[in-house]
Design a binder for this molecule. Sequence first.
Ligand SMILES: *[C@@H]1O[C@H](CO)[C@@H](O)[C@H](O)[C@H]1NC(C)=O
Ligand SMILES: *[C@@H]1O[C@H](CO)[C@@H](O)[C@H](O)[C@H]1NC(C)=O
Ligand SMILES: [Ca+2]
Ligand SMILES: [Ca+2]
Length: 210
Amino acid sequence: MLLTVLSWICSSLLASASGGKLPEAEVTIEVLHRPFLCHRKSKYGDIMLVHYEGSLENGTVFHSSRTEGDKQPIWFTLGIREVIKGWDKGLQDMCSGEKRKIIVPPGLAYGKEGKGKIPPESTLTFIIEVLEIRNGPRSHESFQEMDLNDDWKLSKYEVKQYLKKEFERHGYPPNDTLHENMVEDIFAKEDENKDGFISSREFTYKHDEL
Ligand SMILES: *[C@@H]1O[C@H](CO)[C@@H](O)[C@H](O)[C@H]1NC(C)=O
Ligand SMILES: *[C@@H]1O[C@H](CO)[C@@H](O)[C@H](O)[C@H]1NC(C)=O
Ligand SMILES: [Ca+2]
Ligand SMILES: [Ca+2]
């Protein structure tokens, strides 16, 4: 999906933006429903489709994906700070169909600033229902899919083929210039040892942020 391609490109920026560390309060997790069958559990780098409702300490709901906006569930990538830290921490090991209540301290949510309807220093409660879990762009499976010649590294050609395919799948017209620019961007960020390939180690998320 295009979104995941873009989040792949942005992920190293997002991961490095999280700044200094203080001892932090933890997320409280309560499992409200867990399906009998669970084929896989969510892990860092997965993309997840969820419905959620968020409320303040006094019970006021500040957002509900089922009733507000376009009423659609949202996709996000777990573990890359695309969402608040409390979600990255509190939504691991979930099954498709599982429902959780998580209580997130301000330090793992919107902190001192708050955001929109959320006042500064708010502890937030979310009811989150997972509808779908897919391999994210950083998964082992994605790497294997991209590594056309199975040599455990990605060449520029392989990354470009992947972008082309993803854009086509989303109905975008072919644009060689765009894809080449994106490939250059990706290699500038991800090919750390500058050998012209992205190794599986370079490809995998660095998890030390969490
Ligand atoms: C709950 O807190 C929010 C933010 O401080 C406030 O706007 C809202 O009026 C409060 N609701 C109730 C029922 O106290
Ligand atoms: C292709 O992408 C380039 C670079 O992003 C852009 O400038 C150009 O307008 C695009 N061409 C088409 C036909 O969309
Ligand atoms: Ca390869
Ligand atoms: Ca490399």
